[in-house]
Design a protein around this ligand. Sequence first.
Ligand code: IPM
Ligand code: MN
Length: 347
Amino acid sequence: MADVTVAVIGGDGIGPEVTAQACKALRAGAERAGLTVDLLDVDVGARRYLATGEVLPDAVLEELRGVDAILLGAIGAPEVPPGVLERGLLLRLRFAFDQYVNLRPITLLPGVTSPVRDLEPSDCDLMVVRENTEGLYAGAGGTSHHGSPGETAVETSINTRHGIERVARFAADLAVRRAGRLTLCHKTNVLTHAGGLWHRITEAVASEAGLTLDYAHVDALCLHLVQDPGRFDVVVTDNLFGDIITDLGAAVQGGLGYAASGNLNPDGTAPSMFEPVHGSAPDIAGTGSASPVAAVLSVTLLLEHLGQPEAAAAVQRAAASVVPLLGPDQPSTEALGDRIAEAVATG
Ligand code: IPM
Ligand code: MN
């Protein structure tokens, strides 16, 4: 029996192409660590939905529950109405497996050009800890008077002490292991109910960890993230703010092609799931022009989560090593994947 089993959801569009390369990097990393890995292919996504109407059958959910980690490529196709796969697949997995941390590094790799002029890697190295099970994503709300002039939609943000406390604790622990700076991002000047709760709890958790909490309103944080990303180390925030600021962060780090993420269940009661932040990019699917770097960087997070920091660092170095090759005339997705896997093995 293998030491670890990783379920692989290649998904749609460029998902399967970049995920195949990420799997090579994972195998090479595991080999370095003396770990045997079983990869279990799981077929869900737009293709299955369009063919069978199934989004995430319960049997598949239970199969996934039994693995050590999940590697996901990208889900979605233009033919599928908005919300079907997002809610029925991605968010269902995040919620069902209590992946309450969405960890998103915003790191400018050496050699990558940021749209922020003269930005140096040393000034762009932060971690966003996005709450991943509550907020406006919880699905609380409803509509009434459909189609009439009085039609009304309510979307309610759910914020529990339990939910905030656990994500704040994760972020504080991470900050202690890094530069010791923790920033809460919210909008406490307007969202006084939820913002007040977030601020009180995060402040208490920070002080318990020996940290002084820094605070930024989400609008101001967007400004700072572009003008001076070096002021941030660990940023903790709610689900929707985290979704938005990490796309901005991805732009600052050179684009979605460098943005990795981990949906973590830090308590280990169910598997965590690792995915590049980019989508399925149907326009370039099958052309071999997608960069596998974000998927490979997600493998770094996966290996760290499995307690393999040395292998994770090797995969990180290997991903960084292909940066000079990227651009309009870059090698194919597969050729890049081969180079990365080779660099993991030898570097
Ligand atoms: C992300 C995505 C998802 C989110 C969508 C696809 C549901 O934008 O992972 O950032 O909003 O969380
Ligand atoms: Mn997003």
